[in-house]
Design a protein around this ligand. Structure first.
Ligand code: UDP
Length: 440
């Protein structure tokens, strides 16, 4: 067999599309052929914003995701169900059509992200092998894979996933002890996500490999928990930074060029989560109190709107606010001093890759677990304490940012971890192993 032809199928949200598109670009660099399947909606967005470095190697195709225009796209449970129903019915025909275009280079391997495990089943029935590309940590995937065991051992409830007692959970002896509440299935207090993942893990087990954007240095303990887990990170080594669904405002880079080295606080909570109005206010006033330059991403007009209003007394004179910024370029800029982050896995890896110390502000899903790694395992960040109303106050923000910036040990550890991650050669070796397997 010649070059492998991958059919990449992400769940239609930015947190899955972007990393899989980036991974597809890496595969294309290795000479692989890629067909990238997105929802019609994301296809139209990509056509507006992305320019592909390897046009001939990545072919975009689309199918409807079944979400009606009047439906709420923020309702993840709904999107999971409609995507499965709408795409499942049309995928076999689409694969036949793709194969008919070039019968020498038929689809040889599928790569899916979370919630798209059903496609692996479709593929296997058509004689196409499959793999999972996991856009979060290996620890979160390993913990999903342990759910049945935790139920059997009476540690979590079989219907809700909630801890049966107030437990700390240690998935294996070489993993950190974690509060049960930090397990990634306690998302949005909705048992749907837990029950859905119980089903999804069965589908994902159909994949031969579970590719993770991580390294042994970062997550050795978790990676030893399943032979399927294959660390292929760090993936941001790719020069191509074209895979954003949303238009990036690049003027912030010129602004950063004018700032002193390690003087700017970068604040971003990723593509999904939003701060409540009172918390938004404290954050704004905390940034004012700090009296330092800051670059703050406040999303708007990106499908998921933040409706927060700036408090009247907010001055923000030293800062810049952008609705969507080129984050990887920002984090690699010498002017950045620290990253106030929601600890999404991509943000985590991007910050670590650039040796930037973290202020951790997790909301849900795997973000709490990622904070455990940043603060307790790698020790490159600090967390915020909430007050009696569950709010992180402006004074707390000022205190922790100052504490972090004065902590020389955290700075040294961040740089050491960065060096280890950059020097890692394992990811590349594993990637070649994966491509060879896909060819066979
Ligand atoms: N990101 C970006 N511009 C922004 C904010 C975020 O390009 O202004 C990117 C960031 O580089 C990362 C992704 O969006 O790759 C966010 O992914 P993450 O896993 O951190 O969080 P999620 O959005 O899935 O909650």
């Amino acid at each position: 067999m010649g070059i492998p032809h991958f059919l990449a199928i992400p769940f239609p949200i930015l947190g899955h599309m972007n990393p899989l598109l980036q991974f597809s670009q890496v595969l294309a660099k290795y000479g692989c052929k890629i067909t990238f399947l997105c929802s019609d909606e994301n296809y139209n967005r990509l056509m507006k914003t992305a320019s592909f470095g390897n046009e001939s190697q990545i072919n975009l195709v689309s199918l409807p995701d079944g979400v009606d225009p009047e439906d709420d796209r923020k309702d993840q449970a709904k999107v999971i169900l409609t995507t499965r129903t709408a795409m499942l019915a049309k995928l076999p025909k689409l694969i036949d059509e793709i194969n008919a275009l070039d019968s020498d280079k038929k689809v040889s391997c599928m790569i899916v992200t979370k919630n798209m495990g059903w496609a692996l089943d479709v593929g296997l029935k058509m004689g196409i092998k499959g793999a999972l590309f996991w856009p979060s940590s290996a620890t979160s995937l390993a913990s999903f894979n342990c759910m049945q065991r935790l139920i059997d051992e009476g540690i979590i409830d079989s219907q809700s996933g909630l801890p049966t007692r107030k437990h700390e959970i240690q998935l294996s002896s070489n993993l950190p002890m974690m509060e049960a509440a930090t397990m990634p299935w306690y998302c949005l207090d909705n048992p749907f996500f837990f029950l859905n993942m119980m089903q999804e893990m069965q589908n994902l087990n159909l994949g031969e490999w579970w590719l993770c954007n991580t390294t042994f240095d970062l997550e050795a303990g978790a990676l030893s928990l399943s032979p399927k887990l294959l660390p292929i990170g760090p993936l941001m080594a790719s020069e191509h930074n074209t895979s954003s669904l949303w238009q990036e405002d690049r003027t912030c880079l010129q602004w950063l060029d004018q700032q002193q080295p390690q003087s700017v606080i970068y604040v971003s909570f990723g593509s999904m989560v939003s701060t409540k109005p009172n918390q938004f206010k404290e954050l704004a006033l905390g940034l004012d109190l700090l009296n330092m330059p800051f670059l703050w991403v406040v999303r708007k007009d990106n499908g998921i709107e933040e409706n927060n209003e700036y408090p009247d007394e907010f001055r923000g004179i030293q800062g810049k606010i952008f609705s969507w910024a080129p984050q990887k370029k920002i984090l690699s800029h010498p002017a950045i001093a620290c990253f106030i982050s929601h600890c999404g896995w991509n943000s985590t890896i991007e910050g670590v890759y650039n040796g930037v110390p973290f202020l951790c502000w997790p909301f849900c899903s795997d973000q709490l677990m990622n904070m455990t790694y940043l603060c307790d395992v790698w020790k490159v960040g600090l967390g915020f304490e909430k007050d009696e109303n569950g709010v992180i106050s402006r004074e707390e923000i000022k205190k922790k940012v100052e504490q972090l910036l004065q902590d020389e040990e955290i700075k040294v550890r961040s740089l050491k971890l960065m060096e280890k991650v950059i020097k890692n050669k394992e990811g590349d070796k594993n990637l070649k192993k994966f491509i060879k397997w896909a060819k066979e």
